[in-house]
Design a protein around this ligand. Structure first.
Ligand code: SF4
Length: 245
């Protein structure tokens, strides 16, 4: 039997310290606790009690049982003023526009609450029309928008060591996407927030790594679903041959 103890976590989400959760945990050394349990795997948690009752029974793989030190460590990070401001603003945007504001409006509202004026758009040339509309909407709200297309530099894909046969149209000049350049140019002009409009899977990861400004997603590119990556999950029966092994 495990002796039960109570752990209390604090966060600086508002001025001064405030208790945000109190719940039971095992008193066993946590790095030994459930040693054989793979954790985290919250996607397999059936009831997700963390969202309503921190003291409710949890599955053995629950990170709240397995990794209390890391949870404490994460809360200390919110003492960082930069992180705290973004988090609080995002939470207030969520509260005010819940289920009403489309994501593009949420981006605007986040900028307003953070007093951000200079915004970068990193877009895929395949979504040029969408990027143009995003530019228009953000400017209509008074934001100073800088936008950069993925093919900027027009460096042929063979520069990466790829073969002509690896191109979509072999034999033609086919520029590589250049997410590092996209990030570097936006860093150069000093954007305060960068917005992703349809970068390729993987190129987006590079862009986020090189961007100095925080990055938010507006459009996750998915050519097969009209840029709705959740669609195959809602219609797995129809997409199964394309989604499952
Ligand atoms: S209760 Fe634990 S395992 Fe379940 S979703 Fe929450 S954190 Fe994950």
């Amino acid at each position: 039997m495990h002796k039960e103890v109570f752990a209390t976590y604090f966060a600086n989400v508002v001025k001064g310290h405030r208790t945000i959760a109190t719940f039971k945990m095992s008193s066993r050394p946590t790095n030994c606790y459930m040693r054989n349990e793979k954790s985290p795997q919250c996607a397999k948690c059936p009831l997700k009690p963390c969202r309503s009752d921190p003291e409710a029974k949890k599955p053995a793989f629950c990170p709240m049982l397995v990794y209390p030190e890391i949870i404490r460590e994460s809360m200390k990070e919110y003492e960082n003023e930069f992180v705290k401001r973004i988090h609080r603003s995002a939470t207030l945007v969520e509260k005010e526009g819940y289920g009403v504001w489309p994501r593009i409006r949420e981006v605007v509202e986040l900028c307003k609450r953070l007093s951000i004026k200079k915004v970068g758009l990193a877009f895929c040339v395949g979504l040029s029309e969408e990027a143009s509309k995003v530019d228009e909407v953000l400017e209509a709200w008074g934001l100073d928008v800088y936008s950069i297309a993925c093919k900027c530099g027009s460096i042929d894909k063979t520069w990466l060591g790829l073969e002509e046969r690896d191109k979509l149209r072999p034999g033609s000049h086919e520029p590589m996407c250049n997410p590092i350049l996209q990030a570097m140019l936006l860093n150069h002009v000093g954007t305060e927030l960068n917005v992703v409009v349809g970068l390729c899977v993987g190129h987006d990861a590079i862009f986020m790594r090189y961007s100095k400004a925080p990055v938010v997603y507006l459009i996750a590119k998915d050519r097969a679903t009209g840029h709705n990556p959740a669609a195959p999950l809602y219609s797995l029966h129809y997409f199964s041959k394309r989604v499952l092994p």
